[in-house]
Ligand binder design. Structure first.
Ligand code: AMP
Length: 393
């Protein structure tokens, strides 16, 4: 069966078509600037590339262009859309009612809509993608795979916030966690590589958005993102953990609205805010190497926060078998991986520098390291395709 995986952002859309016979990727692509002047679709089949530059006024038009690309005479990969068995959608927030991947019906859409309150940027876009597919290929099964689902095994003692209990009862204010599909893939793959599915793992997803999870016997026990993706690690443009009073202070001092403060902490903070330079870690590493002190500070703060969470999760789990790195930074930056785990010999972690010089799936710890350290390139799209196949075959 062929499965189309769609990941809709507010003005962008990523897709991949899988042949589930061997889980190969037949094509992948990206639509940018949806509903903004200058929309652009880039469709890749192996080394070949089709680019379409034409204004697309909404997600329905963007998906129409995706289907055209899939059917294109020269760059297409199917003869008819009937060849696509089902469509899997990445959905950000499933709350605590949509706790696993599910076939989309009216009830599921209503729940995704309800959780727009905690995922105001992503859930509306995810819904637009779902509705566009329902309209363009009626009758085709659509499956939702939630970023929050994997974290639903967390116990109340790690997901509750210490605020009056009624806010949890009335509004479901609690930690949900995100990047769940990535943490799930990395947990599964780490287990496969080491031949066990009951491992205690710290999964470290470091990318433009970063999060870290404590996995107890293969299940999520704690994670760093919260009610929204803002909590936890310092990120490209998000502050991560902070005293909430800072928000109150800025609102009263500068007259910002709640929405403006939200924008500042989500879009203008993190390593971008501290460095004043960039949210891209390659730029920051280069600038820091050339003596830029704020870039160095931003990187040091990022590294310190990751170490703090790793230490905290080691204490929470009691025993850790593996630490697995994923995400654009976790997979590509040997320097950051080393800085995150150096001087932890006392805790049973020893990195082998030559093994660490890699971007491939591999063990990077030394043979005498009690805790194994792995690089596990994540694959959220494959996870979505597998769930879609499982639910629809
Ligand atoms: P992601 O959100 O997972 O796609 O990751 C994006 C982040 O990965 C960006 O901040 C990139 O700067 C970072 N990244 C990608 N390659 C490297 C690299 N070789 N060294 C450091 N950071 C990298």
């Amino acid at each position: 069966m062929k499965i189309l995986v769609i990941n809709c952002g507010s003005s962008s859309l990523k897709y991949q078509l899988f042949d589930m016979k061997d889980e190969s990727v037949l094509c992948k692509g990206l639509v940018e600037r949806i509903a903004i002047n200058g929309s652009k679709l880039t469709h890749k089949v192996g080394d070949k590339k089709l680019v379409v530059e034409e204004d697309m006024k909404d997600h329905t038009e963007a998906i129409k262009h995706v289907f055209n690309a899939l059917l294109d005479e020269k760059y297409g990969v199917v003869k008819s859309l009937d060849e696509i068995g089902a469509i899997g959608h990445r959905v950000l927030h499933g709350g605590d009612t949509l706790t696993k991947s599910t076939i989309i019906d009216d009830h599921v859409k209503a729940k995704v809509e309800e959780f727009i309150k905690f995922g105001p940027l992503h859930n509306p876009a995810n819904l637009m993608g779902i509705r566009a597919c329902e309209k363009l290929v009626p009758g085709k099964k659509n499956v939702a795979v939630f970023d929050t689902a994997f974290h639903q095994t967390m116990p109340a003692k790690t997901y509750m916030y210490a605020i009056p209990y009624e806010y949890y009862e009335d509004y479901r204010i609690r930690k949900f966690g995100f990047h769940g599909t990535s943490h799930r893939y990395v947990t599964l793959r780490t287990g496969q590589l080491l031949g066990r599915n009951d491992l205690n793992i710290i999964t470290v997803h470091l990318g433009n958005g970063s999060s870290i999870s404590a996995i107890k016997e293969g299940k999520c026990f704690d994670t760093s993102m919260g009610l929204t993706p803002l909590e936890g690690l310092l990120m490209g443009t998000r502050s991560g953990d902070i005293d909430p009073t800072v928000m109150n202070f800025l609102m009263s001092e500068k007259g910002y609205t709640p929405e403006e403060v939200n924008q500042i902490f989500n879009k203008k903070s993190g390593v971008l805010g501290v460095s004043g330079l960039s949210s891209d870690f390659r730029d920051l590493e280069e600038a820091a190497d050339n003596g830029n002190e704020r870039a160095r500070l931003a990187l040091d703060m990022f590294i310190t926060r990751v170490r703090k969470y790793i230490g905290g999760y080691m204490a929470e789990l009691g025993h850790v078998d593996v630490i697995s790195f994923a995400g654009g930074i976790g997979e590509n930056s040997a320097t950051i991986r080393k800085a995150v785990l150096e001087n932890m010999e006392e805790y049973g972690i020893v990195i082998d520098d030559s093994r660490n010089d890699t971007r491939e799936e591999s063990v990077i710890s030394a043979d005498n390291s009690r805790i194994k350290v792995l690089v596990v390139p994540t694959n959220e799209e494959l996870m979505i395709a597998r769930d879609t196949l499982e639910l629809t075959k």
